[in-house]
Every structure is written in C-alpha cells, then in structure tokens.
Design a protein around this ligand. Structure first.
Ligand code: SF4
Length: 266
C-alpha cells in the first residue's frame, strides 16, 4: 500500500451525476480496492494502474475549498464520487471531516457515500450539521462473502453498525445496494437481508446494477470472473428488489431510473 501527498489545483468539480451539483474527491484512488469499482475507469496514473494499492492525498484540499466556497453557488456536493471519503488515510488527514464542516457552514449540502465505519468519528460534525448532510452506506450483501469483491473495505456488519449509530443520532442515512452483480449478490435472500436492515434503521434503499466499464470489467474478470448483466437478468432482479422493499415497507429507488428521469427533464 502506497500513500503519496499531492497538491491539487481545485477542490470542487462540476458533477457529471444528475443528483449532485459538485463532486469533491479528497483522494485519488481508493485503498478499499473493490474489484468492480468503476472509479478506476475515471482515474489516471498509478492509483488506477494498481487499483487498491496506491492513493494520492490532496493535502491542500481544505485550503482550496475555503477559497472556492466563497465564490461558488451553494448546491449539493457528492463526497465522494470516485473514491471513498473515509478510506484509511482519512483517519490521519481528516480531509473529509474538514470538507463537511467548510461546506455545511457555507450553505452547501453534502451527500456522503462510504463503505467505512470511520465516518462515525465525525458524528459531532454530522449531527451539528444534520440538516446539511446525508450519509449513504454501501452494503452489497450482509454476508462475509463481501470480502471477495470488497477485499479491504469494512465488513458489511461494521458498516451496518455505523449506519445504525448515525441514524439513531438523527443523521439522514441511506443504504446503497449496489452494484448488484450477477451470481454474486442477486439472490432474493441476500437482497432481503439488506432491505430488512435498511427498514430496521428507517433508511431508504437506493439500488443499482453492475454496469460494465472497460477497466473495471477486465479487473473483475481477472480476479473474480467475467459477469454478464443482461437486461433480462436485471429486469428479474429489479422486480425482486422492488417486491421485497414493498413487503418490508422500505422506500427504494433505482439510481438508473432516476438518471433517466433527470435526463428527460434536461
Ligand atoms: S469503496 Fe468505492 S471508490 Fe473505493 S474501491 Fe470500493 S467502490 Fe471504489
């Protein structure tokens, strides 16, 4: 594992995702090293070439962000879109913690997504700004097999404990069931466990299928197996997810459907 400090030229970037106005990525690369991670297709240099083994830390991020928020129009910031904001280096650098504080104070909304329990460290900041933040925990399965595709991320039960703690403290929490990978986490029982957990903590479930990207697909094929998410497969699994959510009384949203809707609206 190699960690390098770099100086970035900007902190906030316009987001390509319709649900965010800006993206903020304090790190380049991700030491969680998920085998299916599409971020490797949007990352350059050593962190992409040795996915999960090299990360760059933007040590001047908070300085840049303080300057940028004074000029930028407040909006929704995705923290993060191509890295995990609470991956191991965050314990030392506290960039995500600092960014949430700066953004919330400047009138931005911060939407965090993580696979780490470290976010609980920032419970003080998150509760202080609870109207300006939401926290998504990715849980692809509640089972030990998560390690196969997410080798260095926290165990899903540790993520679940962190999610429950934040929800109990009044922070808006959502559970991301994604990506759903054919033959890995598409079994109805598997899905039901994640949905039930979301219901237990009063969280909404957001779900998405595995969408192949060239680098991620090759990475997954080399280290796990080649997967084929056909439209027929997804239509069946999507129906299963929706049925389980309806049965358990959990509000659920399909990311892709929302993107399509947002594009239609322009
Ligand atoms: S935690 Fe997220 S950003 Fe990090 S490797 Fe896994 S999918 Fe990619």
């Amino acid at each position: 594992m190699k960690i390098y400090e770099i100086k970035a030229s900007r902190a906030l970037a316009p987001s390509g995702l319709p649900e965010y106005d800006y993206s903020l990525n304090p790190y380049v690369g991700c030491l969680h090293g998920c085998l299916y991670c599409y971020a490797m297709d949007f990352t350059k240099g050593p962190p992409a070439a040795a996915w999960g083994q090299v990360v760059y830390v933007k040590i001047n991020l908070l300085e840049l962000l303080r300057r940028e928020v004074a000029k930028a129009k407040p909006g929704i910031v995705g923290l993060s879109t191509i890295t995990d904001p609470y991956q191991p280096p965050e314990a030392r650098y506290k960039l995500s913690r600092g960014a949430v504080e700066i953004l919330a104070q400047a009138g931005f909304h911060v939407s965090i997504q993580t696979k780490s329990g470290l976010v609980v460290r920032d419970l003080d900041v998150l509760t202080r700004h609870r109207d300006a933040v939401d926290v998504g925990f990715t849980i692809t399965t509640m089972r030990d097999k998560a390690r196969i595709l997410e080798p260095l991320a926290a165990h899903p039960l540790a993520r679940a404990r962190a999610a429950a703690k934040l929800a109990a403290a009044g922070v808006k929490v959502w559970i991301f069931l994604g990506p759903v990978v054919p033959g890995f986490n598409d079994d109805p029982q598997d899905i039901a466990e994640v949905v039930k957990f979301a219901g237990e903590i009063g969280a909404e479930l957001v779900y998405d299928r595995y969408r192949p990207k060239p680098r991620a697909d090759a990475h997954l094929a080399a280290r796990y197996r080649r997967v084929e998410p056909t439209p027929r497969w997804w239509s069946r699994v999507k129906k299963t997810i929706e049925e389980i959510c309806a049965r358990e009384g959990v509000r659920c949203r399909d990311v892709e459907e929302e993107w399509r809707e947002a594009r239609r609206r322009g």
